[in-house]
Design a protein around this ligand. Structure first.
Ligand SMILES: [Mg+2]
Length: 241
């Protein structure tokens, strides 16, 4: 990113671990929820961390079916979701921003670059957090669970007339990467503290925080009329290790 500015038509951000430092809050919440089953806590932690970005409801279903081997009614599932929200909501509201995240949102607003947030957090909870943290005016649109991440990308393309190759997706989970790859959106991983994804093995460029994104340029403002083919964001040049 130092050598040449990266131009994008839109920025797509995962929320937990990308906008706010909330990954550990969610990891701990799963441990708290199932502390009566200490023999499974290791497996629960591993599954959660391998599936960052996946809906918590899917994780509950997996835990009940595979580890607890107990039936899980719709009512119980809903109760688990509510309990999880109670544990995490206030903490996520107070969690610090990922360095550079707020500055990136403000920069994109100024530069006219739309910012979309796609999260595995339930949609209503996500919207509440965005609003309460004062991010509403800085975010073009947000989608939470049960909207799948790849479906959200398709919506962005359809609703805003944007091309996948012109956008940039920042996530910290393999789930984010899979959605970006499926939809052809350039992807950079944010290396979350303590998260186990081996991005190098996947050939994914990484950034330690969001500071490099404060230098993004608006593709529509910078692209030469004949330069459409060369206008693809050079995601790799943004990686700072
Ligand atoms: Mg995340």
């Amino acid at each position: 990113m130092e050598e040449r500015p990266v131009s994008v038509s839109a920025l797509i951000l995962d929320f937990d671990g990308v906008v706010v430092e909330s990954t550990e809050i969610k990891t701990q919440a799963f441990q708290e929820m199932f502390r009566k089953h200490p023999q499974h806590l290791g497996a629960i932690k591993e599954y959660h961390q391998k599936h960052l970005g996946m809906s918590r409801y899917k994780k509950f279903r997996w835990i009940y079916k595979t580890l607890l081997k107990k039936p899980l009614s719709k009512r119980k599932l809903k109760a688990l979701g509510a309990r999880f929200s109670n544990i995490v909501l206030e903490k996520v509201m107070r969690a610090p921003f990922v360095p550079g995240a707020l500055e990136t949102l403000m920069h994109c607003k100024d530069a006219g670059i739309p910012v979309f947030i796609i999260s595995g957090t339930p949609h209503r909870e996500l919207c509440r957090i965005i609003k309460k943290r004062g991010l509403g005016p800085l975010v073009t649109r947000a989608w939470g669970s049960p909207m799948e991440k790849s479906a959200a990308i398709r919506k962005i393309r359809a609703l805003y007339g944007l091309r996948s190759a012109d956008m940039l997706f920042i996530g910290d989970g393999v789930f984010d990467y899979d959605a970006a790859k499926k939809e052809g959106v350039p992807f950079i991983a944010r290396r979350s503290p303590g998260e186990p994804v081996d991005w190098a093995r996947l050939g994914v460029p990484t950034i330690a925080d969001l500071t490099p994104l404060t230098r993004l340029q608006n593709l529509r403002a910078t692209a030469a009329p004949a330069g459409a083919a060369g206008a693809t964001p050079s995601a790799v040049s943004m990686a700072n290790g």
